[in-house]
Every structure is written in C-alpha cells, then in structure tokens.
Design a protein around this ligand. Structure first.
Ligand SMILES: *[C@@H]1O[C@H](CO)[C@@H](O)[C@H](O)[C@H]1NC(C)=O
Length: 228
C-alpha cells in the first residue's frame, strides 16, 4: 500500500502567508488492548496502551504519507526519526522534498529545512514570531482535524481490540486509505463528529497540569524543608 507524497505545494491560497507548505505532520494514539510481551513500550502518557499513527495530510485532509505501528510510549520526534519519511527527507543524494518546500509540524518535531516548526515559546517572542506562530498553527491544525475525522468515521480506531500487531497495522492503514477514498468521492464531512473528536484528542491532560505540577513540587519541597 502506497500513499503519495506530492512534491509540489498544495496549500496555495490556504496557507495564511506561510508559503510552500506541502503537508502537515503529526502523530496520534490508537488505543489498543495490552499487548503480549513488551507491554511497557506500548504504555502511553494516558495510562493505557497504544500504537502511534504518524501521518502527513494535505490541504484537503487527505493522508499523503503514513507510518504505523510505533509503540505508544515513543515520542513524536523519535517516531518521526524512525519513519521512512524521515530517511527519505534526510537523504541528501536524492532529496524527497525540494528545498523551497516543507511540511509543517509542532515543536515536538526537529526543525529542518524540509520540516518547519513554530518558534518555541520562551516567554519573550517578538511580535513577528508571534504572528508567525499564530498563522502557522492555524494551518498546522488541519492534521488534527484529519485525525478527528478519521476516528469519527471509523469508531473502532478509538480502541482496537487486537493482539496481532501486523493485522492491527493493516487495519489502521486500511482506515486511512478508505478515508482518502471518501475525500476523493467528495463526501460531506460531519462537523459534529469532528468537534467531538478534537476535544477528545486534547482532553486527557489539562494544559495547566504541568504548571500545577511544578508548583506542587516546589510546595512539597518547602514543606519537607520545614519539617523538624
Ligand atoms: C512515506 O514516504 C516515504 C518516503 O517517500 C516512503 O518511503 C514511504 O513508503 C511512504 N509511506 C507510505 C505509506 O506511502
């Protein structure tokens, strides 16, 4: 099964001033039952087991490249570096993506000529950098919507009760292929499904949790130091 990574820019007119975008990349967890053997590798940040689907989508939310079956514990950057997409991108003898073009990803991805990421928010971003990040994230979010629609269409992808990893990967791939087929047929998208799924993607860990965790650590440290 082969997807087609188009080598010309396709976000024209929808790129909000960020030129030469050929696709947006991200990873999503596909929850599975606890696998035999190396279950620890599949144990994810949501305290359950999953495999990661890495995908690049185009402006129509069509999947133009996917990589399946990475264990849920693995971070996006590592998944990316293990994928054949990365190997082709990094191959300087036969470059996959022309130097002026790029795919776009969030800060988890390494910044490369072929992969653009937002400016990391260090608290002192310039207005220009903020404007770039805002525009950037509004087009990058298309991959999150693509995942939302995929899982909305094939609800089985919310939890795959399978132990055969090979079959599991085939099912995920098939779902992506069928989703592309539907897009090609021009079927209307179900916006309601899309919104529900987007929320679910973000919900498990609240954005404030990290900060609150740090505050909690400081407090605990203080209490500990004051004990006699
Ligand atoms: C993704 O792109 C890489 C690089 O072109 C290719 O090797 C791989 O087969 C592609 N994956 C799919 C599923 O099309």
């Amino acid at each position: 099964m082969h997807f087609f990574l188009l080598l010309f820019q396709i976000f024209r007119g929808r790129s909000r001033g960020i030129p030469n975008v050929i696709g947006a990349i991200d990873g999503t967890d596909i929850f599975i039952k606890q696998p035999f053997g190396n279950a620890v590798d599949y144990y994810n940040r949501y305290q359950s087991h999953s495999v990661i689907l890495q995908a690049v989508c185009d402006a129509n939310k069509k999947f133009i490249n996917i990589s399946v079956g990475h264990p849920g514990r693995m971070h996006d950057a590592r998944v990316f570096r293990r994928s054949s997409l990365y190997q082709s991108i990094i191959n300087e003898d036969d470059p996959l993506i022309r130097p002026e073009n790029h795919i776009i990803g969030d800060c988890a991805y390494p910044l490369l000529q072929e992969v653009l990421t937002p400016f990391r928010n260090t608290g002192h971003l310039t207005n220009g950098q903020i404007r770039y990040n805002t525009r950037f994230s509004s087009i990058r979010s298309i991959i999150e919507r693509a995942f939302g629609l995929l899982k909305g269409k094939w609800k089985r992808l919310k939890y795959l009760d399978m132990s055969d990893m090979e079959l599991l990967n085939e099912v995920i791939t098939a779902c992506c292929v069928l989703r592309n087929f539907i897009i090609r047929q021009g079927e209307q998208e179900d916006d309601e499904v899309e919104n529900i799924d987007e929320e679910e993607e973000i919900a498990p860990i609240h954005v404030n949790e990290r900060r609150r965790h740090v505050l909690g650590e400081i407090k605990r440290e203080e209490i500990m130091n004051n004990l006699r």
